[in-house]
Write a protein that binds this ligand. Structure first.
Ligand code: AMP
Length: 112
């Protein structure tokens, strides 16, 4: 089933897009938890990491590589965190795989 992120990919609803290529889209989170909070999503509709197949492995790597490129462009030279929530226990709220890029402040560990 299509999610709100598919609507962003299809430009049916607006988003503050910071990167787009053939495989992925990145945009600022609407409820940021850090000064920089960007979501990197595949254009392919994959519900989450647990729904990915072996054919998706290059795509998954691309998401992380791209997040790193965006982090550099955003000036996060002091560090940043990439987070992927998968499933109910992790609090995943949108069933379209997404990598959170968080930075711009010291981040606590462990996460809650
Ligand atoms: P998760 O809880 O890991 O599934 O993360 C979903 C994220 O999507 C949350 O941080 C939301 O704030 C964010 N989000 C939901 N709708 C939108 C939207 N329309 N534009 C940007 N970010 C969104």
């Amino acid at each position: 089933m299509s999610t709100i992120f598919k609507k962003i990919i299809d430009r049916q609803i607006p988003a503050d897009i910071v990167h787009e290529d053939d495989l992925c889209l990145a945009f600022r989170d609407i409820h940021p938890h850090a000064p920089t909070h960007i979501l990197v999503i595949p254009k392919k509709e994959i519900a989450g990491v647990s729904a990915a197949t072996a054919q998706d492995s290059v795509l998954l790597g691309h998401l992380i590589f791209t997040a790193g490129q965006i982090a550099a462009r955003e000036g996060l030279s002091n560090g940043y965190r990439l987070v992927i929530n998968n499933g109910a226990d992790a609090g995943q709220s949108v069933d379209h795989l997404h990598v959170h890029l968080l930075g711009g402040r010291a981040l606590g560990w462990p996460p809650g």
